[in-house]
Design a protein around this ligand. Structure first.
Ligand code: NAP
Length: 279
């Protein structure tokens, strides 16, 4: 599995990671096996959130004894993102994850607390060693401008945003902004949550052609496309070991410029929406 520099943090992070939203809803042992298989195959970037029910507890069990192999990311809910609330939420996540530190801690989406409060709390958590870096999620370019005014250059590790073949809105302003300021972009819901292009759709047919050339699957091609630039990462969620293994293998798939152009044409990015789409 390829690793890349995660923004300006200096950390090396797996290009393909593991999402965990709803991982606690199915068979627990199967979910644990999937996460373990993913880590075995190098998908060491594990994404979770205080919002994801018992997902943090499932992860704790999956990575028991292997914490140092993983890059753990969790998120504070906007309703908890006051100065004090952020610190308390982080401490609760650490407890559930059975660890003493997060590698990165994110504001899940922008809420009503002033950004200065959340950033102050993040910086305090860095100083106390409870987190190694911090970032945001679902921030549009204008939100990022405001955040940059508060935090300064070099502090925002990543922006985790909705990005899949059928939803490319972030390419208009968010990706260029992040590239300019050295912020990693983490594509969430890379398979469209539950809406992956069907093989007989127009785009699906192009995916199949590219996949066949590489002896890969359509989903692997999609992941390789989403992580095609040095500052792009992605975090598919899989609840079986077979799915995890298929996703991990995409980490070594490199698409040619002609293939990227064909996918670009088959899944047009469309015009810039008024607000950033999110799930
Ligand atoms: P997703 O990763 O786009 O899709 C998950 C679906 O794809 C599941 O039904 C899964 O099935 C299936 N799948 C995975 N690998 C597969 C494979 N190799 N073959 C066939 N099916 C496969 O959806 P997501 O969970 O919405 O997004 C991923 C992660 O991003 C989340 O889990 C979460 O960590 C993060 N996220 C963040 C935000 C945010 O606001 N920051 C919002 C949404 C998501 P199985 O479960 O059966 O394997």
């Amino acid at each position: 599995m390829k690793q890349k520099k995660f923004g300006t943090t200096g950390h090396s992070v797996s290009v393909i990671g593991q999402g965990t939203w709803y991982i606690d809803h199915g068979d627990r042992n199967q979910a644990i096996a999937a996460l373990r298989r993913g880590v075995d195959l190098g998908m060491t970037h594990i994404d979770t959130a205080e919002m994801y029910g018992d997902a943090e507890l499932v992860i704790a069990e999956a990575i028991a004894g292997r914490r140092d192999e993983t890059y753990l990311v969790s998120k504070v809910l906007p309703s908890h993102a006051s100065r004090r609330g952020t610190i308390e939420a982080c401490e609760c996540s650490l407890k559930r994850l059975k660890t003493d530190r997060l590698d990165c801690y994110l504001l899940h989406w922008r809420g009503n607390f002033p950004l200065t409060e959340t950033v102050d709390a993040f910086e305090q958590l860095v100083r106390s060693g409870k987190i190694r870096s911090w970032g945001v999620s679902n921030f549009d370019a204008d939100d990022l401008d405001e955040l940059l005014d508060v935090a300064g250059e070099g502090k925002i590790a990543c922006n985790q945003v909705l990005y899949h073949l059928q939803e490319r809105a972030i390419e208009h302003a968010v990706i260029p902004w992040c590239l300019k300021h050295g912020v990693a972009v983490v594509a969430y819901s890379p398979f469209g949550h539950n809406d992956f292009p069907r093989p007989n759709s127009k785009g699906g047919e192009v995916l199949q052609i590219v996949a066949k050339r590489h002896g890969a699957s359509a989903r692997q091609v999609a992941l390789a496309f989403l992580a095609r630039e040095p500052h792009l990462f992605t975090i598919p969620k899989a609840s079986t070991a077979e799915h995890a293994a298929e996703n991990a293998a995409a980490g070594d798939l490199v698409l040619g410029a002609d293939e990227i152009a064909a996918l670009d044409k088959a899944f047009p990015r469309g015009s810039k929406p008024r607000s950033l789409p999110m799930l």
